[in-house]
Design a protein around this ligand. Structure first.
Ligand code: SF4
Ligand code: MG
Length: 282
C-alpha cells in the first residue's frame, strides 16, 4: 500500500489559489492509499485542462493524453493490463464536451475503471469559455450575452449510458469525496464521479458560497433503483451529492477470455510469429 507521501511528487501543482483541483488531487491520493494499492498498481490518465495536470502530481503510472481522448487511452491501458487500477481524472469540458463521444461509449462497455470529473462548469485552461455544464445564462468570453442552451446532466447521462456506479462529490468536502473514490475503485465496473469544484478565476457564479447554499448529502435513497436514481439526478432546486446508482453487471474484461488468466502485457509472446501479419504491410 502506498502512503500519501509516496504518492506525492516533488513538483507542486501550479493552480490558482482556492482552485478545487487541489482538494480533488488530495482525495485521489488518499483514496488510492486507502484502497490498499501500491504505486505501480495504478495508472492515472487525463485529457487536457487545468486539472488534467493531475497525472504529473501523483506518483503512479500516468498519461496526459489528447483533449477529450483520455478514456480511449485508459481503455487501451486497461485491456493491455487488466490488473491495473485505471483511473481518469479530467475536467468537464474535456470529458463532457470534447470527449463526449468517448464518455458515452466507454460507459456502455462497463470496463472496470474509475472516472473522476473535475466539474467547474467552465473551460479554465483556455481562459474562461462556456463549458457543457455551464448554467443557462452564464456569461463568459464565448457567450457574452449568456448561455442559451440547457447544461448537460452528467448524472442522468451516465446512468442512461450504462455506467454501473454513478456518484457526485464536492471538492470542498474532501473526506466524503475520498470515500466515493475508494468505493468507485473497489466497484467492479465503470464508475463515474462528477465532482463540483470552484474555478476561482473564471467562474464567479458557482462559487464555494454558492455550492454551500445548494448542496446536501443523499440519505435514504435506494441506489439499486434506476428510476429513483434518474429522478434524484434531475433535481435542480438543490444539488444532492453522494451515490446515485450502483449495479453489478459483467465487465468488458469478463467477456474477453484472452485476458481472464493473465493480462495481455504479461503473456509470453516469444513463440508467436508476427511475420505473416507484418508482410501484409509491405
Ligand atoms: Fe483552477 Fe480555474 Fe485557475 Fe484553472 S483557471 S487553475 S480551474 S481556478
Ligand atoms: Mg472545466
Amino acid at each position: 500500500m502506498a502512503t500519501i507521501a509516496e504518492l506525492t511528487t516533488k513538483e507542486a501543482p501550479k493552480w490558482c489559489p482556492g482552485c478545487g483541483d487541489f482538494t480533488i488531487l488530495s482525495a485521489v491520493k488518499m483514496a488510492i492509499s486507502e484502497a490498499g494499492l501500491a504505486q505501480h498498481e495504478t495508472a492515472i490518465v487525463s485529457g487536457i485542462g487545468c486539472g488534467s495536470k493531475t497525472p504529473h502530481y501523483v506518483k503512479t503510472y500516468g498519461f496526459e493524453s489528447l483533449h477529450g481522448r483520455g478514456l480511449a487511452v485508459a481503455t487501451g491501458i486497461k485491456l493491455a493490463n487488466n490488473k491495473l487500477n485505471v483511473m481518469q481524472v479530467s475536467g468537464d469540458g474535456d470529458t463532457y464536451g470534447i470527449g463526449g463521444n468517448h464518455f458515452m461509449h466507454t460507459m456502455r462497455r462497463n470496463l472496470d475503471m474509475t472516472l473522476v470529473v473535475q466539474n467547474n462548469a467552465v473551460y479554465g485552461l483556455t481562459k474562461g469559455q462556456t463549458s457543457p455544464t455551464s448554467q443557462k445564462g452564464f456569461k463568459s468570453n464565448s457567450t457574452p450575452s449568456g448561455v442559451l442552451e440547457e447544461p448537460v446532466n452528467p448524472i442522468t447521462w451516465a446512468i442512461a449510458a450504462g455506467a454501473t456506479y454513478v456518484a457526485r462529490g464536492y471538492s470542498m468536502d474532501i473526506m466524503h469525496l475520498k470515500k466515493l473514490i475508494v468505493d468507485a475503485i473497489k466497484h467492479k465496473g465503470f464508475a463515474m464521479i462528477d465532482v463540483f469544484q470552484p474555478c476561482t478565476t473564471y467562474n464567479k457564479v458557482n462559487t464555494a458560497d454558492w455550492y454551500k447554499s445548494q448542496i446536501y448529502k443523499i440519505e435514504n435513497h435506494d441506489t439499486s433503483d434506476k428510476m429513483a436514481a434518474l429522478k434524484l439526478g434531475e433535481q435542480s432546486d438543490r444539488l444532492p451529492i453522494g451515490l446515485f446508482y450502483r449495479v453489478d453487471k459483467p465487465t468488458y474484461e469478463d467477456g474477453t477470455p484472452q485476458i481472464a488468466q493473465t493480462p495481455l502485457a504479461r503473456q509470453d509472446i516469444s513463440n508467436v510469429d508476427i511475420g505473416p501479419y507484418l508482410s501484409r504491410f509491405k
